[in-house]
Write a protein that binds this ligand. Structure first.
Ligand code: HEM
Length: 209
């Protein structure tokens, strides 16, 4: 099921964020797994293994990284070629944000890296949330029935849009409960800003307590 959900998530991410068909890039799911695994490894080993040592793990990660970067570059190049006026999606927003960057290599690199971050951040989190939700629904058919009833009542035969989210209250509760029970982001550590910004003074060190 995880594979099927990974494919679905990629397709939804592509349509919702990029107005692009990502299904030809199904192999990306493997690259996401490798990147995720590497992030966990670096976290657990406190970055003790330098990335330049050609261990099988490092070489695997390098390949995955290149694959992700190549896809991001291809998506950007495609959009630059066929500009979609008013698309309002993530690629358009990024292209607009970096339009004034004079260094074209830097501009491309930043765009590419932003897109890889969004793809990575949005893929695994969503795929694992959906996988756990379906696992739980399978174990609790009465909840699945209630969710389906809500979808029928709110949506009828049409596809859901953003405005429907606030009306799908039971569905929202189910997904939130799945995330509470099976939290994939639990490894993220708390953050404290090292600097705060002030319109008057610019950046200054944040208070320590
Ligand atoms: C169920 C789905 C999701 C969950 C549970 C989730 C959870 C999280 C968490 C816990 C963080 C870290 C926040 C922090 O470090 O303070 C994060 C960061 C982020 N998320 Fe999500 N997220 C989800 C979906 C998405 C989607 C669909 C996108 C893409 C549009 C996205 C984009 C990002 C980005 C760009 C970051 C910042 C990454 C960075 O540190 O540079 N997330 N998310």
């Amino acid at each position: 099921m995880a594979e099927e959900v990974a494919r679905l998530t990629l397709a939804v991410l592509g349509q919702a964020l990029l107005s692009s068909d990502l299904t030809p890039f199904a192999a990306l799911a493997g690259a996401f797994d490798v990147a995720q695994d590497q992030a966990m490894f670096d976290m657990v080993t406190l970055d003790l293994v330098p990335p330049w040592i050609p261990t099988p793990r490092n070489r695997r990660f390098e390949r995955a990284q290149r694959q992700l970067e190549d896809v991001a570059s291809a998506l950007i190049a495609e959009r630059e070629r066929d500009y979609l006026p008013g698309a309002g999606d993530m690629i358009s927003l990024l292209l607009d944000a970096y339009r004034d960057e004079p260094d074209s290599r830097l501009r491309h690199r930043r765009l590419r890296d932003e897109l890889v971050t969004i793809l990575l951040a949005g893929h695994e989190t969503t795929a694992s949330t959906l996988s756990w939700t379906w696992y739980l629904l399978d174990r609790h058919p009465e909840v699945a029935r209630r969710m389906h009833a809500e979808a029928t009542e709110v949506l009828g035969d049409r596809k859901p849009g953003h405005d429907d989210l606030s009306r799908l209250t039971y569905t929202t509760m189910v997904i939130q409960e799945a995330m509470r029970l099976y939290r994939r982001s639990g490894v993220c550590r708390a953050r404290r800003p090292v600097r705060t910004t002030s319109a008057v003074t610019g950046c200054r060190p944040a208070p320590t307590s």
